[in-house]
Design a protein around this ligand. Sequence first.
Ligand code: SAH
Ligand code: SF4
Ligand code: F3S
Length: 441
Amino acid sequence: MTAKTYAILNYGCQMNESDAEHYAGQLQELGYKAAEDFHDADVVVVNTCCVRESAEKRILGKIGELKGVKANHPGQIVCVAGCMAQKDGGKLIKKHPQIDLLIGTAHVNGFKEILAEYLSEKGERVYNSLEVKESEFEGERIRQSGFSAWIPIMYGCNNFCTYCIVPYVRGRERSRSIENIVDEVRQAVAKGYKEFTLLGQNVNSYGKDFGVKDQFAKLLRRVNEIPGVERIRYMTSHPRDMHEDVIKAVAECEHICENFHIPFQSGSNKILKAMNRGYTREKYLELVAMIRRYVPEAAITTDIIVGFPGETEADFNDTLNLVKEVGFDAAFTFIYSKRSGTPAAAMEEQVPLEIKKARLNLLMEAQNISSLQRNEVLVGKTLEVLAEGPSNNNNKVWSGRTRTNKLVLWPVEGRDFELGDKVQVQIETAQTWLLKGKAVE
Ligand code: SAH
Ligand code: SF4
Ligand code: F3S
């Protein structure tokens, strides 16, 4: 008998990628093998995101497509998991009879049992309570990368930024214990993993739910001491909760990478207040200055939203000027998307789409100039790069990332490189998104 197969169609952020690895791990524990093509899979998991309307639209299209796919594959089990399942599960299951199971965000750990029960016809179809409190990870993950591992350190978010749906679909903050995290890192090191990205919606408030402060810097230092850990990354930081202790840990610990991703969202104090972000433009600039003081070579990256309700030309210019003033290495820029149920969706003065698009273009232009400038400074320098494999299947060129998370390409020139090798690359040319150089030594 041939083994049953599964496919996972994943959308959204790194937390979803990590959850998808856990779904894969549990499916393999149940004896399923990865399908080559989702059309033929016995179990399809669609792991969804609802952070912006554009994401939802794409995913709804995929769920619709699965109706036809399932018709050609009787008995196929379609599971819709993740944030959209949590938000709109009831509606989805009514509208799309091809959905067998809905798995809310608090049930990832229990998926194996849920699926087994469903197959024995004893289980229910909808698992969307956010009441499940367990936050410790058990079991296996089937990781996508061979050298770089996602490690969730906390789930949920307590911040309620007024534009954001995440706290409603991921529930309140639950931190994993330091021991549980360290165990997972150790096991991954034993399997050859070298780079570890600690994940949470607001990693700087890690451990607050245990009633202790400043746990994140402590956790970083603990992970830094685990033998075999080469690089540590973390995301996402919240400017309000990021303090000197974390910056100092980055400056002092050998393995923590010099890359600070600190979303500022808007450069206008009026808009920051309306967003409920809890800091001002001035505080943000102080934070940037502190980072530059402790870690001068650090790359600083950010997320920005344009067109939040009430954003005037002057507010937008505050954002544009902040981008120019800080000189970010990269920025993820988003057009504000109305999420029903969030306070901002009910605010008056929604900004017309045309204006939002024009502002996004201006912002991206400014950021591209800054990205290029930040990269050009690196020409002539030799940087440590962790090798990620051939670039775009071109065996003659390899790619990897610097400690500051910049993508680097270099020609192989007859040498042998392996996944996860540390390579010294001398940078020869800089582009907006990319550095090119040659391997030295
Ligand atoms: N917890 C992280 C990531 C949240 S989602 C953080 O706080 O940074 C990633 C990014 O999506 C956010 O930083 C924000 O810039 C953007 N985002 C969230 N909700 C949005 C919305 N309704 N419209 C547009 N962008 C949004
Ligand atoms: Fe959303 Fe704000 Fe929480 Fe980030 S910190 S997930 S933007 S509510
Ligand atoms: Fe999307 Fe949920 Fe992540 S809404 S961004 S998948 S937390």
